[in-house]
Design a protein around this ligand. Structure first.
Ligand code: AP5
Length: 221
């Protein structure tokens, strides 16, 4: 399985990718997670990316394509992957296409996760992440209230809010999505790869819709 989860910030790409990796046995490749890990580690990439991320803007295409080229060459990506947060510009999509053509492994589907902007705002302001196990919760919609608070994977609750989930930065990220990433809907639609999924409502229901869309995409090939 080689797919892209496409959608605005807060549309649930990370939440759903975590579920799909269990079912399909392929890794989630989240460029946001890779960048955040580099920031925490204080690598040159992290130092380069931090201010851009905190401002809600996109890291430059050449840097992102370098990261993806390296990540897709890792052994665990040999049998497929779920791309989460990449590509998010036309040059990134062109670069990915060139890379996958070079290795003879084209994308199988691009799933657009559709959520209305009021919902996106609420989800992002309410998101909290466990510092210990990395699991993502939401103070409005996915409460970490059942003991143990981190869902059983770690002992102590240590929830934090991402710096780019401040109200001011969320607005900027949604604008950047509309201007730079949304054009990918037509880009992949024109190539016959796009599947649309209603990503509002219960998380399990969205997973079921996503799986149905992937099954339909695979049957259509
Ligand atoms: P990145 O980490 O990719 O952030 P994003 O695209 O803004 O997406 P999010 O992680 O905010 O949202 P999500 O769709 O994964 O939602 P989630 O599942 O967490 O990128 C961060 C930054 O890195 C960028 O701004 C940029 O600077 C840089 N970057 C990354 N990739 C780049 C690239 N390719 N090029 C350039 N720069 C790049 O869900 C959100 C919340 O909603 C959670 O609390 C969750 O519990 C809740 N939730 C999920 N589903 C539901 C549901 N069905 N109902 C109710 N609540 C739900």
């Amino acid at each position: 399985m080689r797919i892209v989860l496409l959608g605005a910030p807060g549309s649930g790409k990370g939440t759903q990718a975590q579920r799909l990796i269990e079912k399909f046995g392929v890794p989630q490749i989240s460029t946001g997670d890779l960048l955040r890990a580099a920031v925490v580690a204080g690598t040159p990439l992290g130092l380069h990316a931090k201010a851009t991320m905190d401002a809600g803007k996109l890291v430059d295409d050449a840097t992102m394509l370098g990261i993806i080229r390296e990540r897709l060459a890792a052994p665990d990506a040999a049998h497929g992957y779920i791309l989460d947060g990449f590509p998010r510009t036309i040059p990134q999509a062109d670069g990915l296409n060139a890379l996958l053509t070079e290795i003879g492994q084209p994308l199988q589907a691009v799933v657009l996760m559709e959520v209305d902007s009021e919902q996106l705002f609420r989800r992002l302001t309410g998101r909290r992440t466990c510092r210990e196990c990395g699991r993502v919760f939401n103070v409005y919609t996915a409460l970490p209230s059942v003991p143990p608070p981190c869902g059983g994977r770690c002992e102590t609750p240590d929830l934090f809010q991402r710096p780019d989930d401040s109200e001011a930065t969320i607005g900027k990220r949604l604008d950047v999505y509309a201007a730079q990433t949304r054009p990918l809907v037509d880009y992949y639609g024109d190539r016959g790869l796009l599947a649309r999924v209603d990503a509002e409502g219960d998380i399990d229901l969205v997973t079921a819709r996503l799986e149905a869309a992937l099954a339909a995409a695979s049957a259509g090939r």
